[in-house]
Design a protein. Structure first.
Length: 172
């Protein structure tokens, strides 16, 4: 097992596995799991970390933390996918971050040894997986949370842009 750094300087991160998905083109990949409903994928965990998967199958959803290995250079001001306006990168989920770490809440369908079968996957094929944590509504859900600039994005726009769909005839 790798050791743990203790400074605010560069840290070494060792992937625990790799994510497999049908997504090969970034510009065609849904932008969040809720826009990728039912899209299958797998997390293949390296054998040396298999022991850490014990008891995970009792959870219906897991958080995946991963490395946006195909992200462009970091930018502090970005235009997010859902709105044509600039925002600070930390107020968005854009991949072009100083530490390009992605976070997706996906459905855990079943475990087969070192392979986790998933759904609702919004992650490119071949993405290095950094960590897995169980989704626990008791810890992770906040009623009445404010959502900043996203509150101005209407549902139709969110669905179109989130699923990377072109507007259908009659849609603005
Ligand atoms: C807006 S990001 C959000 C991803 C994640 N759910 C999050 O909140 O951190 C979603 C986009 O990241 C891109 N993406 C997914 N995997 C990537 C990877 N390994 N490298 C670079 N970009 C990736 C895809 O284009 C996808 O549409």
């Amino acid at each position: 097992m790798p050791g743990h750094g203790s400074t605010t300087e560069a840290q070494i991160i060792h992937p625990i596995g790799v994510i497999h998905s049908p997504h090969v083109r970034a510009e065609e990949t849904p932008i969040q799991p809720n826009f990728a409903e039912g899209v299958p994928g797998q997390a293949e965990i390296l054998p040396e970390y298999a022991g850490g998967l014990a008891d995970l199958d009792g959870f219906s959803h897991v958080w995946l933390l991963y490395w946006f290995h195909r992200a462009g250079p970091a930018r502090l001001i970005v235009k997010p996918f859902l709105q044509d306006a600039e925002h600070g990168v930390f107020a968005t989920r854009a991949p072009t971050r100083p530490n390009p770490i992605g976070l997706s809440l996906v459905r855990l369908v079943r475990r087969e040894g070192c392979l986790l079968h998933l759904e609702d996957v919004d992650i490119l094929d071949g993405t290095p997986l950094l960590d897995i944590k169980p989704y626990v509504p008791r810890f992770d859900y906040r009623a009445g949370a404010r959502t900043g600039w996203l509150e101005a994005v209407d549902e139709q726009t969110a669905q179109q842009r989130g699923q990377r769909r072109l507007p259908a005839a009659g849609e603005p």
